[in-house]
Ligand binder design. Structure first.
Ligand code: ASP
Length: 355
């Protein structure tokens, strides 16, 4: 927002330069001066589109159908990610998510609502399966944007969310197996099986635009498996795990959250789109910036990152894209041609993956 002084100075300047042939409304003036759009854009007609990480393949259809039926974009994508949060078989999100190093499931989520420019988030939330809805409740019912830990849980229960044990038997067994192999000299006997634990990371990010050009984004996760107690990833951080500007579009990520926090990946992708990049170009440029910001410990001797991350983006006019650090990732999308998985663009070939 412009403060009163710079508002008056800029208005006087524009007027002196002959740019203000008529009195503009406050909304029109802000748009002239900042390029930003307040709320829903009158008369805008675009193409509705929902884009998410690959594990949202069912959710993008749910969200798209709701948006086509007139539901608000944020409510629709939260309904989409709720499917994954409540799925005990997805061990990267919500119920059944892999726990931290102490065996406790701690969930992170954040959301942004473009038309009203509001945001909410929760971090290290325990015993509530749908952190995306708690993040939205923070946005809807408080003046804050981020609640964490015991306070977040207290708020959620006050709002009527039910507490439950989120650690499924499968996730508990995986945690015990990890724990027993940590150190040969500890008092845990090693398992003699060598079962690979499939998920040690994962998240769902979903972004959507309606025909009216209203944009929203949400990201929800159990974070990195076996993380330290209290670790927050990128998912609850606005501008990292997801970001929306109703004038431009939305973007979010899955993958190594620490790298995304350092790069402000969600915000940066939206800024690249604001400056003219397509969603796919913007996602790739953000990944390039992440490589540039990577500490040596996480690079191999050829400068390739030893981690993976994917960026997903949608523009206000319904264009979309996804990109991963390495070849092979895919993302989910739903528009008027239906739900599908598409291949992510990438920076590095699979064969060149850092070892
Ligand atoms: N971004 C998530 C985090 O760092 C994890 C992931 O997406 O794999 O918490």
């Amino acid at each position: 927002m412009l403060d009163r002084r710079s508002f008056l100075e800029k208005s006087a300047l524009l007027s002196a330069m002959g740019f203000m042939p008529r009195a503009l409304s406050a909304e029109e003036l802000e748009r002239e001066l900042t390029g930003a759009t307040l709320g829903t854009t009158p008369g805008f007609r675009g193409r509705p589109c929902v884009v998410s990480s690959a594990n949202g393949i069912k959710g993008v259809k749910v969200a798209y159908d709701q948006i086509a039926g007139g539901t608000d974009t944020l409510d629709a994508i939260i309904a989409g990610v709720n499917l994954v949060e409540l799925d005990p078989n997805d061990q990267s999100v919500g119920l059944g998510g892999l726990p931290n190093e102490e065996g406790v499931v701690q969930l992170d989520a954040s959301c942004m609502h473009g038309p009203t420019r509001r945001a909410g988030a929760v971090g290290c939330l325990e015993e509530i399966a749908t952190p995306s809805l708690v993040a939205k409740a923070v946005m809807d019912y408080t003046t804050h944007v981020l609640l964490v830990g015991a306070g977040a849980k207290k708020f959620a229960t006050a709002m009527g969310f039910k507490t439950q044990n989120l650690l499924t038997e499968k996730s508990r067994q995986d945690w015990l197996r990890w724990k027993s192999r940590l150190n040969r000299n500890d008092n845990w006997l090693d398992h003699d099986d060598d079962v690979k634990i499939n998920w040690t990371h994962g998240t769902i990010n979903m972004n959507a635009v309606s025909a009216a050009g209203d944009v929203s984004s949400v990201t929800t996760t159990s974070g990195l498996a076996w993380k330290l107690d209290g670790r927050l990833g990128d998912s609850p951080i606005h501008g990292a795990g997801q970001y929306t500007d109703n004038a431009v579009g939305a973007a979010g990520s899955t993958g190594l959250g620490e790298m995304n926090i350092k790069t402000c990946g969600g915000f940066l992708t939206v800024e690249f789109m604001r400056n003219g990049a397509t969603p796919e170009q913007a996602a790739l440029k953000t990944l390039e910036r992440m490589v540039h910001m990577t500490e040596p410990r996480l690079l191999d001797d050829r400068g390739r990152p030893r981690y993976d991350i994917q960026v997903y983006a949608v523009a206000k006019d319904g264009r979309y894209g996804g990109a991963g650090m390495y070849e092979g990732a895919s993302f989910a999308v739903c528009d008027d041609t239906g739900p599908r998985l598409e291949k992510c663009a990438y920076l590095f070939k699979a064969a060149d993956r850092a070892r």
